[in-house]
Design a protein around this ligand. Structure first.
Ligand code: UGA
Length: 434
């Protein structure tokens, strides 16, 4: 099939590359000339494990192309994906200007029937708006379909190639057939393509992310209570997770969820509820608890140093919002670093992928280390914000010899409290007896 993908951000690039991998010819369009030049030269613009090899192969074999020209990109396309940014506006609602601008252009440009697919996470009712915008100027028949993505950063290629499910919202039989054909190679193992109307598909995406954010938040609250009653949240996780109705995943308590999706989508669903005069109380609680969760460790650090962090040197392990990504959007580490600096502490940070991105935000206000151990040199305590595997089984003897105080404040529950006690560390984590 001939496919166009408009927007070569994270979702667009993964989508375009993976569709090329199953034999489609994919033309990706972006207005950013510098980015398109790079992509045309075979230089990948995002970090995502496994993507680069697919990207290079499909460019080499002529199935994956890039352009800044929308008319050229969508020429002959049977399916046109919109993978455009929908940043939160001031009131938390998703801003549709990029999506609607492209929809308007498509109205003028479409020369034959095409299926236009909303891939971006967009509020309920957007497919109808996109349809109306294209229809203002369209001379040919077309359909607008909602096909939300459920990719996790860091495992996006795997999620795309073997999705748990594909959700397609359409009321057109013609569009449904096209989408079925396109996704057939990805659902061969029996995972379903779930068809529904456009509004339900749009809502499914928000419901999925908000549910997962709520699941994590529930565990974070259980962890906070564990701290008080003297129970261990890890045992509780195992105890409830083995009930198949609850499930084992997304039950890890920690220093709060971050990233570009959960915070934005929970907020956007809250805004939709408000627009429809529905008081979605749970969402408000999820947002409140998560905001507090990000600052759960700092008071413990302060208490350890007798209430004063001035002049203390704090080592930080982990900057990205989760492992296997350099993404630092809404990352708990950033907020904590700012708070540490405000308290007069100095910070030396290490992260396997995200240091460059953090440097752009914080400049020279903190120092960066070449390795986890270098960050510990002469530091007064260690704080951990991301569960990169490289932090999981460190050389504790070496840590002890480098750190001034044997104090670790772990926002991701990486180590067993009993072991840490045996080794003589002061060890604070989330929801487990210190
Ligand atoms: C999330 C969803 O998982 C994807 O399905 C969705 O497609 C994507 O948002 C999106 O809307 O684009 P992502 O933000 O990449 O994916 O990351 P997750 O792996 O879901 O993690 C989100 C946050 O939750 C991270 O900060 C992570 O540390 C935190 N988390 C996750 C926990 O605190 N505990 C857990 O048990 C799991």
């Amino acid at each position: 099939m001939k496919i166009a993908v408009v927007g070569t951000g994270y979702v667009g690039l993964v989508t375009g590359t993976c569709f090329a991998e199953t034999g489609n010819t994919v033309h990706c369009v972006d207005i950013d000339e510098r980015k398109v030049k790079k992509l045309q030269n075979g230089v990948i613009t995002i970090y995502e494990p496994g993507l680069e090899a697919l990207f290079e192969r499909n460019i080499e074999q002529g199935r994956l192309k890039f352009t800044t020209n929308l008319a050229e990109g969508i020429k002959d396309a049977e399916i046109i994906f919109l993978a455009l940014p929908t940043p939160p506006g001031e009131d938390g609602s998703a801003d549709l200007k990029y999506v609607l601008n492209v929809a308007k252009d498509l109205g003028f440009l479409l020369e034959k029937y095409a299926v236009v697919v909303d891939k971006s996470t967009v509020p309920v009712g957007t497919a109808e708006k996109v349809h109306a915008k294209i229809a203002e100027n369209a001379k040919v028949a077309f359909d607008v379909v909602s096909n939300p993505e459920f990719l996790r950063e860091g495992v996006a290629v795997e999620d795309f190639m073997k999705p748990d499910r594909v959700v397609v919202g359409t009321s057109s039989e013609r569009a449904r057939k096209k989408m079925e054909q396109l996704y057939a190679p990805f659902v061969r193992q029996g995972n379903p393509i779930i068809f529904m109307d456009e509004r339900s598909a749009e809502m499914t995406k928000y419901a999925a992310n908000s549910f997962l954010a709520a699941k994590i938040t529930f565990m974070n609250e259980i962890a906070n209570l564990c701290d008080k009653v003297g129970a261990n949240v890890d045992d509780i996780r195992r105890g409830i997770g083995s009930d198949s109705r609850i499930g084992k995943r997304f039950l890890f308590a920690g220093i709060g969820y971050g990233g570009s999706c959960f915070p934005k989508d929970v907020q956007a669903l809250a805004k939709t509820s408000q627009d429809y005069a529905y008081d979605f109380r749970m969402l408000k609680a999820v947002m409140d608890v998560n905001a507090d969760q990000k600052s759960k460790l700092l008071p413990k650090v302060k208490e350890y140093f007798g209430g004063d962090l001035a002049g203390k040197k704090i080592a930080v392990w982990g900057l990205s919002f989760k492992p296997y990504t350099d993404d630092i959007r809404e990352a708990p580490a950033l907020e904590n670093i700012k708070a540490l600096l405000a308290e007069g502490a100095s910070v030396v940070a290490y992260d396997p992928e995200a240091m460059e991105n953090v440097r752009e935000v914080v400049g020279t206000s903190i120092a960066f280390a070449e390795s986890p151990y270098e960050a510990l040199e002469d530091a007064d305590a260690l704080m951990i914000f991301t569960e990169w595997p490289v932090f999981r089984t460190p050389d504790f003897e070496k840590m002890e010899s480098l750190l001034n105080n044997k104090a670790i404040f772990d926002g991701r529950n990486l180590f067993e409290p009993e072991l840490m006690e045996e080794l003589g560390f002061v060890y604070h984590s989330i929801g487990r007896r210190a």
